[in-house]
Design a protein around this ligand. Sequence first.
Ligand SMILES: [Fe+2]
Length: 256
Amino acid sequence: MANIWLISDIHCDYGANYQIIKNLSPTLYREDVLLVAGDVAHRNALVIDVLSILRQKFRQIFFVPGNHDLWIVEEKFGDSLEKALWLKEELRKIDVCMEPALIDDDYCIVPILSWYERTFADPKDRPDQSLNNWVDFMACRWPGDASQQACDLLMNENKTLKGLPNHITVVTMSHFVPRRDLLPPQQYLYFKSLPFVVGSIKIEQYLRQIGSACHVFGHSHINVDKTIDGVRYVQNALGYPREDRKSRNAPLLRIF
Ligand SMILES: [Fe+2]
């Protein structure tokens, strides 16, 4: 049976991170599956390049774009939704999957396109000045300037799943955080405004609706592996070089 590995937030715009990905064994994971839960790079050519490198090392790759992957840094794209849909088509050509698919007869991996919503924050959370400098507000555009509906626009693109046999384990993946209780209370956060730009409860509703047993995600760079009300939630972010995680020596986490 294939092993399933997880990584997110590989931020290959940083040369040191790109090198970590390039240095992964070319032989060890040939029979395995890798879930990449968003934030590969800003430039579309680099996203494709990095995922092609990974595709050569693994039997199968699943990907959901993160906010950094949807920055408009090239005029090629009118808005971030267009870039997400372009990525889905281009990645299909190199056999990287952004849609639900089975692994053997055991698992169904379900990538969930999504975005964050302000309403995700607790009533106790208070935004601070740092929110004004959040780069997504400048670097992402949405059709009709509908930034408040970005989550709905992206989630409308998700394919519904019907009629899976009971023995199949559903593993869902999003870049953004599905539940506020997967983040520490605001006083322990380095970026105090994070709860306002980190997740959406719509992801949680969706994964429960389709019977997920395990949900993987990224974005907060706060790694976690815990089970809440019968669903296992896992984050394994590589993060920025300055975050200097011990896991940089062993960047992949095996989840199954
Ligand atoms: Fe992110």
